[in-house]
Ligand binder design. Structure first.
Ligand SMILES: Nc1ncnc2c1ncn2[C@@H]1O[C@H](COP(=O)(O)OP(=O)(O)O)[C@@H](O)[C@H]1O
Ligand SMILES: [Mg+2]
Length: 230
């Protein structure tokens, strides 16, 4: 369980997140954070990953204050963040990239790899191929697969559909639903409609503040979303 209470976050003396409070637990299904470019979505994920400090408020990660946890310790607790840039090792193969994701769970590599191949069969077909030579959609699947190799309880995906064709995005979202059966997915997206339709709970982030929070389909029907996104 991750609990954030009234957090404020800045870059230098420019504050970008304001008074955010939320909870995410390991049986939440899909939780979406949507909002326009520059709202602070990626910054929030960086905070939860231990990559950026908070100025005020508190974050607890399965009971421990985030201030005492390294990024690796946060992965070990069960929070994994698949970054917007995917950060694949382009010259390494698919299988090698997956193995890198298991750095906190070395003993469990084979069964974790099998689970990822069951979810994304194309990764098994291409297991000896260099990551950089794959399509954008396949690279995104590999980035997600690598995240799953750490056996997270909560998997955060930062704009997984970015740069992908609608059909590929559709298939990727189907797999995200599959993942959410066992692993809570914190889905950060500008693809507001698809994300909200699937989200048990969703937050609308604008200019660093949550301006609405509800079940995804309810938020989708709200005036706020209609005004901003339709
Ligand atoms: N490394 C950084 N240094 C300074 N400002 C940043 C940095 N990264 C992001 N910002 C600013 O923080 C705000 C939130 O950015 P970001 O979290 O990337 O938003 P989103 O992911 O919702 O597009 C933006 O105003 C952005 O310009
Ligand atoms: Mg972003």
């Amino acid at each position: 369980m991750i609990e954030a209470r009234n957090i404020g976050v800045s870059y230098g003396n420019i504050q970008v997140l304001w008074d955010l409070s939320f909870e995410i637990s390991e049986d939440d299904g899909i939780v979406a954070i949507v909002g326009p470019n520059g709202a602070g979505k990626t910054t929030l994920l960086k905070v939860l990953s231990g990559l950026h400090p908070i100025d005020s408020g508190s974050v607890s990660i399965w009971g421990d204050d985030i201030g005492i946890l390294s990024p690796t310790a946060i992965v070990e607790r069960g929070f994994v963040h698949v970054t917007e840039t995917r950060n694949l090792f382009g010259d390494m193969t698919v299988a090698e990239n997956l193995r890198m994701g298991a750095y906190t769970h070395r003993r469990d590599i084979d069964s974790a790899t099998e689970d990822v191949y069951d979810l994304f069969p194309v990764l098994e077909e291409r297991r000896s191929q260099r990551a950089a030579s794959m399509s954008g959609g396949q690279q995104q699947m590999l980035a997600i697969g690598r995240g799953l190799m750490a056996r997270p309880k909560i998997l955060a995906l930062d704009e997984p559909s970015q740069g992908l064709a609608p059909k590929i995005t559709q298939r990727l979202f189907e797999r995200i639903v599959d993942i959410s059966a066992d692993t809570t997915v914190l889905l950060v997206e500008q693809h507001v409609h698809q994300s909200l339709r699937l989200a048990e709970r969703a937050y609308l982030l604008e200019n660093g503040s949550f301006v609405a929070e509800d079940a995804g389909p309810v938020l989708l029907e709200s005036d706020h979303i209609e005004a901003a996104y339709l």
